[in-house]
Structure formats: C-alpha cells, structure tokens
Design a protein. Sequence first.
Length: 271
Amino acid sequence: MEKLPKIGLPILILIIIAIVFISKSTVTIGSGEAGVLYRTFGGGVVTDKPPLGEGFHLVAPWNKVIVYEVRQQEVFEKMQVLSSNGLEIKLDASAWFQPDYAKLGLLHQQKGENYVARVLLPTIRSAARSVVGRYTPEQLYSSKRDAIQKEIFEETKKIVENQFIQLNEVLVRDVTLPPTIKEAIERKLRQEQEALEYEFRLEKARKEAERQKIDAEGKATANKILNESLTDKILKEKGIQATLELSKSPNAKVVVVGSGKDGMPLILGNQ
C-alpha cells in the first residue's frame, strides 16, 4: 500500500504529458476557414500541398497551423485622389475578395496574415488614383461612375491575382467633390437641362406651325378646286334644286320663277 503513491505519481505525470501532447496535436478548423501548416523541423510553410480544410486534424505538437478565413470578405477604403484637371476628389470604395484557396500556403509565406493591408489596399488606392486621373469632375459626378468602378476593378484584379488574392468586385460607393465645384456642376447641369427644354419647346412650336401651314394649304387647295368646278350652269342647277326643296316646305311663300339674279327663282315671304 505504501508503494501506490510512488507508482501513481509517474502515471499521473504521464497522463498530464499525454493530455498536453494531444491538446497540442489537435486542430479544429471552422466553417469558411482553412489552415496553413508550418513544419518547425520540416522546411517551414507547406506550399506544395492543399491547405487543411474544415474539421478536426492531428498535427505534430512542434508544428503550427495558421488559420485563414477563405470566405468572401469586404474591405472599405476612403481615398483622396486627383481628377484630370488636378482637383482633389474624395472617393469611398469597397472591395469583395478572398484568398486564393489553392495557393494559401504561398500567400502566408510571401505576404503574411496581414496581406489585406500589405497588398490589397495599396493596390486599390493605386488603381483608383490612376483611373480617376483620366476623368474630369463633371464626368465623375454624373455619367462615368460605372465606368470608373469597372476600370478600378480591372486594374486591381490584374495585380492582385498574381499575389494569391481573388478579387470579386470593387464598388464605388460615393464620390465627393469640393463644394464650389459641385455647385458649379449642378448649376451647369440645370442650365443644360433648361436649354434642352427650350429647344424642345421651339421644336414643338415649329412642328405645330408646319402642321397649321400644311392644313391651311390643304384647305386652300380644296377651295381652289371647288371654285374651279362650280360653273354657272352648275350653280343654276343647284339653285333650282334648292328652290324645289323649299317649295315643298309647309311655310307660306311666293316663288317667282326667273325673277332672281342670273335668272334664278326668287322666293318671297317666310311665314
């Protein structure tokens, strides 16, 4: 019985060592994450094999696993850039990105865990300055925002895809111009709109005048044709027909045949 404490102590020590060993040898990688294995005695970062996926893993206790989020992430950046005429523009943009899963080891080895600040953000700033510098404040404020967004995305992607980063989208959320420039642009846009509205009214009036002219010319042509077709004989015939119709009326009247102008019947009385 006296030997039990002497035997139990080494066993307890072994159990503690085993627990520490197991705890240091197990890694659980969560959803949307991946692990880069660092072998302390085996060449450092593992770059020739895929990263450790989600779930439970056993590794040697002297090795290390660096966990990265591999889902799509978003980073925001506020920048001050210059337009083509040298005016300072404030640009509010964001980027959707994620690390290149297959090259996660190379990303960790060459760029490190702080790759967003070291690579992605400087590239976005550089691309934004390059792109915005091609446009005037008027273009930035009105019609070219979509084009600018696309160009910044394409220039940024061209660089970061060789830096083991997958860029999914760049969004230009806001473009802020100096107040005086903004007011001048808005005033100019209002004037252009008023000018367009005035031109529209003039064009409408011109078309209405043309319509009235065509209508009047049509009526004049019709009257000319009618006048040329109404000979004396036709007028007399029409007058006789009208007299006959009037003579059938129940109202009292006196019809004098041949007493009117040009020999037309003359109707007297209307009672």
